[in-house]
Design a protein around this ligand. Structure first.
Ligand code: UT7
Length: 330
C-alpha cells in the first residue's frame, strides 16, 4: 500500500499586507497620439474610452524593471524583507520572450532568493488569478508570504498607427504582498469566481511573435458589459458579502464606459450609491494585468479608499478570461 502523504497544516486565511506600483515617466496625451498621424481625436477618445493620458515605458525599460520596482514598494509597504517572501507570481502577457519567465528575474532583482517564481498569463484577469493563487497557497500552508505583481509593457505589442488599440493600451506595474491572517483574525481575501469564454478566443489575439495585438473591440465591449457584472456578483455570493457592504469597486480598467456599466449593475444589485468606483484609466490607460493594483495604489495615495475598506475586484480580457474576488484593503 502506498504511504499516506502528509498534508501541511492549513491557515485560517490570507489578506493583502501591502501595495506598490510603478509607472513609466513618459506621459502620452491623446493629442500626442493624434499628432503622430493617427486618425483620432482627443474628444473621441475621452468620450468613447475615457482616457485623457497614459504612460509609455522607455525602450530600455522592461516588464521586469517595472515589476521589480512595484514589488519592492509593496514589500516596504508591508514592512517585510525580501527574505520573508516564499513565492513571487508575475501576471503578464507582454514579456518580449517567454523564456526565462518574468517572475524569476523579478524575484532576483528584488533580492528574493530561492523563492518559488512563476508567471501567470490570464491577460487582464491575471492579477485576480494571482491573488487567488496566493491566497490558496497561504491557506493550504505551502507559502507564508507571496508577492503578486501585475506588470505590462503593452506599448511593445501595439501597432502605433492602429487607432483601435494604440489609444487604449499602456504600460505599468502594480503589486500586492499577501500573507496569513493572525490567529482569530478574519480572512481578507474571498474565494475567486473565475472562468473563461474560449468561444471568443479570436477577439483579442497576437498571432505570432512578429505581430501586434488585434482586437475586435465591439465584440469584447458587448461581452464585458453583459457577462462581467454577474461574475463580480458571484464573487460576493461566494464570500457571503452583501452588495450593500461593498465600499470600493475596482474593475479592470479597460474602458471607462465598461467600468460604469459594471458599476451600474452592481449598484442595481444593492451596492451603495456612494460606493467608490476606480477610474484610474483616465490617467493610466488600459494596463492589462497591472490595472487593478495600479488603481488600488493610486486610490489609496489620493485618500479615496481607507484601510479596512471592502473592495470588489474583477479582471477580464484576452482568452477570454475573467476572475473576481472580494478583498479587505490593507
Ligand atoms: O483590456 C482587454 C479587454 N479589452 C476591452 O475591454 C476593450 C473593449 N472595447 C472597447 O473598449 C471599445 O470597443 C473600443 C474603445 C476599442 C472602440 O470603441 P467603440 O465605441 O466600440 O468604437 P467602434 O469600434 O464601435 O467604432 C465606432 C466608430 C467607427 O467608425 P464608423 O465605422 O462608425 O464610421 C470606428 O472606425 O469609431 C471609429 N473609431 C475611431 N474614431 C476615432 C474607432 N477607433 C477610433 C479612434 N478615433 N481611435
Amino acid at each position: 500500500m502506498s504511504p499516506v502523504l502528509r498534508q501541511l497544516t492549513p491557515t485560517a486565511g490570507a489578506r493583502i499586507l501591502g501595495l506598490g506600483s510603478r509607472q513609466p515617466e513618459q506621459v502620452v496625451t491623446n493629442a500626442d497620439i493624434a499628432a503622430r498621424g493617427v486618425d483620432t481625436t482627443d474628444e473621441w477618445i475621452r468620450a468613447r474610452v475615457g482616457i485623457e493620458r497614459r504612460r509609455f515605458a522607455r525602450a530600455d525599460e522592461s516588464v521586469v524593471d517595472m515589476a521589480a520596482d512595484a514589488g519592492s514598494k509593496a514589500l516596504a509597504d508591508a514592512g517585510l524583507a525580501p527574505s520573508d517572501i516564499d513565492a513571487v507570481l508575475v501576471a503578464t502577457c507582454t514579456m518580449p520572450s517567454f523564456i526565462p519567465n518574468a517572475a524569476g528575474q523579478t524575484a532576483d532583482r528584488i533580492g528574493v532568493h530561492a523563492a518559488a517564481a512563476f508567471d501567470i498569463n490570464a491577460a487582464c484577469a491575471g492579477f485576480c488569478y494571482g491573488l487567488g493563487t496566493a491566497s490558496d497557497m497561504i491557506r493550504a500552508g505551502s507559502a507564508r508570504h507571496v508577492l503578486v505583481i501585475g506588470a505590462e509593457k503593452l506599448s511593445d505589442w501595439v501597432d502605433p498607427m492602429d487607432r483601435s488599440t494604440c489609444i487604449i493600451f499602456a504600460d505599468g506595474a502594480g503589486a500586492a504582498v499577501v500573507g496569513p491572517v493572525g490567529d482569530g483574525d478574519r480572512p481578507g481575501i474571498g474565494p475567486i469566481a473565475a472562468g473563461s469564454a474560449g468561444d471568443l478566443v479570436d477577439t483579442i489575439v497576437v498571432s505570432d511573435r512578429n505581430s501586434f495585438i488585434r482586437q475586435d473591440g465591439r465584440e469584447v465591449y458587448r461581452w464585458a458589459i453583459t457577462k462581467i457584472a454577474p461574475v463580480a456578483l458571484r464573487a460576493l455570493e461566494l464570500a457571503r458579502v452583501a452588495p450593500a457592504d461593498v465600499d470600493v469597486l475596482v474593475p479592470h480598467q479597460a474602458n471607462l464606459r465598461i467600468v460604469e456599466a459594471i458599476a451600474k449593475r452592481i449598484r442595481a444589485a444593492g451596492a451603495p450609491e456612494d460606493m467608490v468606483v476606480a477610474d484610474d484609466i483616465i490617467h493610466s490607460g488600459n494596463t492589462s494585468s497591472a490595472s487593478i493594483p495600479l488603481a488600488l495604489d493610486h486610490m489609496r495615495a489620493e485618500g479615496r479608499v481607507r484601510s479596512g475598506d471592502l473592495a470588489l475586484l474583477v479582471g477580464f480580457g484576452a482568452g477570454l478570461s475573467y476572475a473576481s474576488q472580494v478583498v479587505v484593503l490593507p
